[in-house]
Write a protein that binds this ligand. Sequence first.
Ligand SMILES: [Zn+2]
Ligand SMILES: [Zn+2]
Length: 254
Amino acid sequence: MFDCHVHTEFSTDSSMKLEDAIKRAKDLGIGLIVTEHMDLKYPVEGNFQFDVKRYFKEYGNLRSDKVLLGIELGLRTDCIDENKSIALENPFDYVIGSIHVVNGIDIYQDYFYEEKDKDRAYEEYFKFMYECIKEFDFFDSLGHIDYISRYAPFEDTEIYYDIYSDYIDEVLKMLSQREKAIEINTRRIKNKKAAENILAILKRFNELGGKYVTIGSDAHDTSYIGSNFNIALDLVEKSNLSVVYFKERNMEYI
Ligand SMILES: [Zn+2]
Ligand SMILES: [Zn+2]
């Protein structure tokens, strides 16, 4: 197994040392892929960006078959070429494409939701996701499709496939046409309702021709590495998808 989503010191919001992450993964008997945050044009200047050259320089000697070096790109439609150069001109093993900032606002912020009901906010999120995926054909797996459910200020933040199916289908179709993977981000799936709703999306992905999933904890400290992987594997089995990871940008089966 590989934990395909781990943040260490090069990420603005993590102070985990790579050595500690490696030790934890080794104890668990899994590999890991470091996926540092790169959100170009982040609303707070310089946040969630890192020095890619220094990253490879400092982590290069810790790289191995079980320790791979990737990146989590924040997708947005106004700096596609810059993102493309970062993804393609550096020797990453793996590139996650994630939606964090929607139309200029990090959806972690309450004010993204001001004067929006849930449907309006979620529709905006999925429309933006679709527009980004359309432009970004250079990532390997779509990160945490349920990111909005972490932070939205509504009583029930779950994504119900049936309610947003028109939007979600467009996203899933494009991913499957391009043979991209979708991530099971394990942060929320301990919650039964969250797991059920993710499963509905994974099953639909399979129906639309999607084949691959990556599994990632999104750990920002060692205790989260590999968390809830048993639940993730259960979702994989129920949705008939295959678990993969990426090495030198090539898909590898687990
Ligand atoms: Zn993320
Ligand atoms: Zn992340």
